[in-house]
Design a protein around this ligand. Structure first.
Ligand code: FAD
Ligand code: DLZ
Ligand code: SF4
Length: 512
């Protein structure tokens, strides 16, 4: 009896039990479908990356002797959806069972569950074995707690995995080295040039297809540089470990005009589609520390992102879906300005972050959080629209990781959920933070030192108005004691002036 085994574009890991447990007669199914490429209009580089990676992965499986059924997007028989392609494959192959692995998105899991009742064949759903913490494991972690915090979850994961541990103690006797990390960039170490990957014939064909079918989506296809095979992803990881990891922590929050990558790893797109797995990434970083090639602060900072944050956001997503997607604690409803689709704004920090996103399908964490996210938070931009924007523009974006980061961490949309909230306070900041961490303000139309008036930095003009507008909801937050104490010292007249100043900015979002 043959089983049809569906492998999604973000399940390209040859060691998955979904694949290794396949019998010789089983059929491995990979499908390029219009429905997935357009449920949000993904960045063309993201689509090209996934289609090319899928085609290379399928070729490797076939070369290893597996029976692979691969459906290209432009196959005339392609029905355009997972539903259609699974039903067609079952009919045409006479497979008598279907095997799947937990998907990364709630909407796809709902489909899978539906198939259990409608397809007329037994359906098995494997657990996604690539994460350190299973969905059930996170639920257990959450049980009985009044509030969840990444830092405590992370310590639990360190103990469980043994990463950077000496017995039951953290290596160096400290769990977290952030006080040594996150400095401003002094220019002393130039960011290394990234290795480039030359598109082969498969990628060239995909690039042609994507240009023709998705060229109208936001984002530039030219300059495609992602690796598309496991070997290429491993080479990218190795380059990071050797050349950028030693400075990762120190410059983690730094932003420099014309340097989109700085000392970041650029591996999230490979981790999230399965070409790399989290365990090998953490192991490589830890080995660099033990070999004396990277300091503990940098290695701990990096491992915290992968072992801590990445696992934590996945846990939060599955713990809280589907209602999580509808949260909007601060009632943010203002429409996205048109320049989110062009980068055409006089605010240099946003111009840099959005045009780099358009060109590379990538922006690093602080650009996502403290520039684009911070602006969206202060300006009260519509949570649903902002989340959709993040989901479509980044090559690493899947709802399980995008939604908690955007709705939760950047927009504080889950601020009322107590147990499941991502951040302990909104990441609201004035222009002073961006000026401290970047050189963007030196090249900006607006004055970062100016607090009010047409020429002042819009982040400054929005900041106090944001705190005033949401004081009923935020005043009790212990981490906002200082800004609210400062606000309380202002006269009623001054507070009214600051609120009016923010309203003027919000009314002129399109022209900023
Ligand atoms: P590095 O900065 O070098 O970090 C190393 C690795 O740590 C990353 O590859 C990633 O796997 C992991 N990591 C770090 N921070 C996080 C985090 N907060 N959540 C999950 N993993 C993390 N990451 C995504 O993978 N997909 C997304 O769709 C996504 N959307 C985001 C939206 C917003 C508003 C914000 C603030 C962050 C988002 N992130 C997302 C997290 C983070 O910005 C990216 O993982 C990171 O920028 C990827 O680049 P890198 O590989 O160079 O990461
Ligand atoms: C993002 C994406 C795109 C653009 N295209 C496909 C596709 O054609 N076939 C496929 O199997 N998966 C695709 N994906 C990834 C799916 O949307 C992903 O599996 C879900 O988002 C669940 O994580
Ligand atoms: Fe951004 Fe304000 Fe600095 Fe301009 S002055 S780059 S808008 S923070």
């Amino acid at each position: 009896m043959a089983t049809l085994r569906l492998i999604l574009a973000d399940q390209l890991t040859a060691t998955l039990p979904l694949i290794t447990e396949a019998a010789a007669t089983d059929i491995l199914l990979l499908v390029e479908v219009m429905e997935e490429a357009t449920y949000v209009p993904h960045h063309p580089k993201k689509i090209a990356f996934l289609f090319s990676a899928m085609r290379h992965f399928a070729a490797e499986l076939a070369a290893a002797g597996r029976t692979v059924r691969y459906v290209k997007l432009d196959d005339p028989a392609n029905t355009g959806s997972f539903d259609g392609e699974v039903a067609r494959a079952l009919e045409e192959t006479n497979a008598e069972a279907l095997a799947l692995m937990e998907p990364g998105e709630w909407r796809v899991l709902e489909k899978f569950k539906h198939w259990q009742n409608t397809l007329g064949v037994p359906v098995t759903i494997y657990e996604d074995s690539r994460f350190f913490c299973s969905v059930a494991g996170f639920r257990q972690h959450a049980t009985g707690k009044k509030q969840l915090r990444m830092e405590f979850f992370y310590r639990e994961m360190r103990r469980q995995t043994g990463y950077l541990m000496e017995g039951d103690q953290p290596l160096g006797r400290k769990w977290n080295y952030d006080t040594e990390n996150r400095g401003a960039y002094d220019g002393a170490i130039p960011p290394p040039v990234l290795p480039t990957t030359v598109p082969d014939a498969i990628t060239q064909e995909v690039l042609g297809l994507v240009a023709a079918r998705f060229g109208h989506h936001f984002g530039r296809l030219e300059g495609f540089r992602f690796g598309v095979t496991r070997a290429e992803a491993l080479a990218q990881l190795e380059h990071f470990i050797q050349h950028r990891l030693p400075y990762f922590g120190q410059y983690q929050d730094a932003m420099v005009q014309g340097q989109p990558y700085m000392f970041h790893a650029l591996i999230s797109m490979y981790l999230n589609c399965g070409l790399l797995v989290a365990d090998e990434v953490c192991a490589a970083a830890e080995a660099a520390y033990h070999a004396g090639e990277a300091p503990l602060a940098a290695v701990e900072g990096f491992i915290r992102q992968v072992l801590g944050w990445r696992e934590y956001v996945r846990g939060i997503y599955w713990l809280n879906m589907p209602h999580y997607a509808t949260r909007n604690f601060l009632g943010a409803k203002n429409p996205l300005p048109k320049w989110f689709w062009s980068g055409d704004t006089k605010m240099n920090c946003l111009h840099q972050a959005i045009t780099e996103t358009r060109d590379n399908a990538y922006a690093h964490h602080i650009q996502r959080l403290m520039v684009i996210g911070n602006f969206a938070l202060l300006a009260g931009l519509n949570v649903e629209e902002v989340c959709a924007w993040y989901l479509m523009v980044y090559a690493d974006a899947y709802e399980w990781v995008e939604l908690p980061n955007t709705l939760g961490m950047a927009l504080y949309g889950d601020g009322d959920s107590g147990l499941g909230s991502m951040a302990s306070k909104p990441y609201a900041a004035s222009g002073a933070y961006i000026n401290k961490m970047s050189n963007y303000c030196q090249h900006c139309h607006y004055q970062v030192a100016q607090k009010e008036g047409a020429g002042a930095c819009p982040f400054n003009r929005l900041y106090w108005g944001f705190l005033i507008q949401h004081q009923e909801k935020l005043r009790g937050n212990m981490r906002l004691v200082y800004p609210y104490a400062t606000l309380n010292k202002f006269s009623a007249e001054r507070r009214a002036g600051l609120a009016a100043e923010a309203r003027v900015v919000i009314e002129s979002l399109e022209t900023l």
